[in-house]
Write a protein that binds this ligand. Sequence first.
Ligand SMILES: [Zn+2]
Length: 157
Amino acid sequence: MRCPVCGGLEDKVIDSRTAEDGRSIRRRRACLSCGRRFTTFERVEELSLLVAKRSGHKEPFDRSKIVSGVKSAVKNRPVTPDQIEALAADIEDVLRSEGPEVSSQKVGKMVLDHLRDLDEVGYLRFVSVYKGFADVKDFEREFSYLTKDTEPKKPKA
Ligand SMILES: [Zn+2]
């Protein structure tokens, strides 16, 4: 490990103990060149989760993208940041259990399913962006599916 003071690469470990409830190992090291002591942490590498796009391009899963997408969909709606975080965390858990690679369609579908339960208006906003409806008929079809259990709107008088 490179010494943060002199840049020397030789050191010896003088102390080693678990930290963060066993999720990491903390090591005290002494530089063999300048004698300066410093600390390193060793952790299990987070298992990667890849999202495959329709184009074939793959990118690491990024929970913050779900959070920001949902956030803009539920703008001015009675949805709290905690609810959005919980939604994104739930989705990530499921995706990780199915990983190491998932399709972007799968991710989008899961966001839709969760958002539908959380906030109907936010769901509809998200749908219009995510599915990129070609015309308003598609959107109305989706909308009528959602509202099939309610009374149809009366035409304006
Ligand atoms: Zn040094």
